[in-house]
Write a protein that binds this ligand. Structure first.
Ligand code: ATP
Ligand code: MG
Length: 362
C-alpha cells in the first residue's frame, strides 16, 4: 500500500426504497477499506428522489447537486416508489437522475456484467455457452444520440401524422466516449468491440471512423466493429468473446439490459456514470425495489461493487477495488446468499449480514 494519506470526499445519496439499506452497507465496506488501506473518506449525506420531494418539494434540490459538485464522487442508492408514482414531469423522483447526469456532465455509462462461477446456475444460457464464463463491460454513450436529438410530429403531405427523432453525433462526442472505452480496455483484456449500424446509418459511419482513428492511439488494444443486430445475437451465442463493448445511447440502453440478464440477478450489478473529470456517479442498476424495502433482505452487492468501481474509476485505487471484488467472490464461494440469488443448500443471509460478511472477507 501507499504510505501517503489519501483524502476523498464522497457524496452519499441513499434515496428511496432499499436505497438507504444497500448504501449503508457500501459505506460500511468503504469505511473498512479506508482503515485497512489508509485512505481517508469523508462522507457527506444528502437527500434525493422521493425523500427529497417529501422534505423540500423537489427531487434534486440545489444543495444536493451542490454537494455532488463539491465531492470527488457520488454514491447513489435508488430513487422512486409507489408513494410518488402520481407525480408528473419535473416532479418525478427519476428526474433527479437526469439532473445529476446533466449537472455533472456525465456522458459515459459503464455497466459490467460478469458471471460468478458460484452463480452459474442463475444464468439463463445453456451451460455449454458459458463454459468459458464471461466478463463484459458495456460502455454506453449517455448524453447524445437519438435520445437527445431534434424530435417532433407533423402532418405530412398525404395528411397522415408523422413523427421523427433525429440521431446525431459529433466527432467530439464519439471520441470522448471512445477514449473512455479504450482506457477501460487497457485495464482489462485490451479488446474493444464497437457496436453500430454502419451499413444503414450515417451517424454510425462517423462513429466507426472516429473509433478507427482513436484505435491508432491505443496500439495494444484490439478494435473490432460489429453491427448491433449481430451483437445482440453474439451476446447470447458466445458471451465470452466480449471484453469492452462501446456503443451509442440507444444501442447501449438495449445491449446493457441484455448483458445484465446474462448474469441472472439484478441485485449483483453495479454501474458508473463518468465524464471528462474523474468525478463519477456510482449506483446499482436495480431500482428502489419497494416490494422488499425495510425488510433487511435486499442484496447489497450491486451497491458494494459500485463502491469498488468508484475506487477504481474516480480515485485510481485499483488494488482496493480489486480487494472488494475478491471479497464478494469469497463470500459467494462460501455459500452465502441473499434471497434474490438463493438456491437450495445455500446459507440465506440478510442485507446487513451480507455486508458484514464482505467486510470480514476483506
Ligand atoms: P426501476 O423502475 O426503478 O428501474 P423496477 O421497478 O423496474 O426499477 P427494481 O426496483 O429494480 O425494478 O425491482 C425489480 C425486482 O427486482 C423487484 O421484485 C425487486 O424486489 C427485485 N430487486 C431489485 N433490487 C434488488 C436487490 N438489491 N436485492 C434483491 N432483490 C432486488
Ligand atoms: Mg421501480
Amino acid at each position: 500500500y501507499r504510505k501517503e494519506l489519501r483524502n476523498y470526499k464522497i457524496a452519499v445519496l441513499p434515496g428511496d426504497g432499499v436505497g438507504p439499506e444497500v448504501v449503508s452497507e457500501a459505506v460500511k465496506v468503504l469505511k473498512h477499506i479506508g482503515n485497512r488501506f489508509h485512505i481517508n473518506f469523508e462522507f457527506i449525506q444528502d437527500l434525493i428522489g422521493g425523500a427529497a420531494i417529501d422534505q423540500f418539494g423537489e427531487a434534486l434540490p440545489a444543495h444536493t447537486l451542490e454537494t455532488c459538485k463539491l465531492s470527488d464522487a457520488v454514491l447513489l442508492g435508488s430513487v422512486g416508489g409507489p408513494k410518488w408514482d402520481d407525480l408528473t414531469g419535473e416532479k418525478r423522483p427519476e428526474k433527479a437522475l437526469l439532473g445529476l447526469r446533466k449537472g455533472l456532465n456525465l456522458y459515459a455509462n459503464i455497466r459490467p456484467a460478469m458471471m460468478y462461477e458460484s452463480l452459474k446456475g442463475a444464468c439463463p444460457l445453456k451451460s455449454e455457452r458459458i463454459s468459458d464464463g464471461f466478463d463484459i463491460c458495456v460502455v454506453r454513450e449517455l448524453t447524445g444520440g437519438i435520445y437527445f436529438g431534434k424530435r417532433g410530429t407533423k402532418v405530412n403531405t398525404s395528411g397522415y401524422d408523422e413523427a421523427y427523432d433525429i440521431e446525431s453525433y459529433s466527432s467530439e462526442e464519439v471520441r470522448r466516449i471512445g477514449i473512455e472505452a479504450f482506457e477501460i480496455a487497457m485495464k482489462r483484456k485490451k479488446k474493444v468491440i464497437s457496436v453500430d449500424k454502419a451499413n444503414v446509418l450515417e451517424s454510425s459511419r462517423l462513429w466507426r471512423k472516429e473509433m478507427d482513428i482513436l484505435s491508432k492511439k491505443y496500439p495494444e488494444v484490439s478494435l473490432e466493429h460489429m453491427y448491433v443486430d449481430n451483437a445482440a445475437m453474439q451476446l447470447i451465442k458466445s458471451p465470452s468473446q466480449f471484453d469492452v463493448i462501446v456503443t451509442s445511447n440507444m444501442f447501449g440502453d438495449i445491449l446493457s439490459d441484455e448483458a445484465s440478464m446474462l448474469t441472472g440477478s439484478i441485485g449483483m450489478l453495479p454501474s458508473a456514470s463518468l465524464g471528462s473529470t474523474k468525478k463519477g456517479l456510482f449506483e446499482p442498476i436495480h431500482g428502489s425495489a419497494p416490494d422488499i424495502a425495510g425488510l433487511d433482505i435486499a442484496n447489497p452487492i450491486a451497491t458494494i461493487l459500485s463502491a469498488a468501481m468508484m475506487l477504481r474509476h474516480s480515485f485510481g485505487c485499483d488494488l482496493e477495488a480489486g480487494t472488494i471484488e475478491k471479497a464478494v467472490e469469497t463470500v459467494l464461494n462460501s455459500g452465502f446468499r441473499t434471497v434474490d440469488i438463493f438456491e437450495n443448500g445455500k446459507k440465506l443471509v440478510g442485507t446487513t449480514e451480507m455486508g458484514d460478511l464482505i467486510v470480514k472477507a476483506i
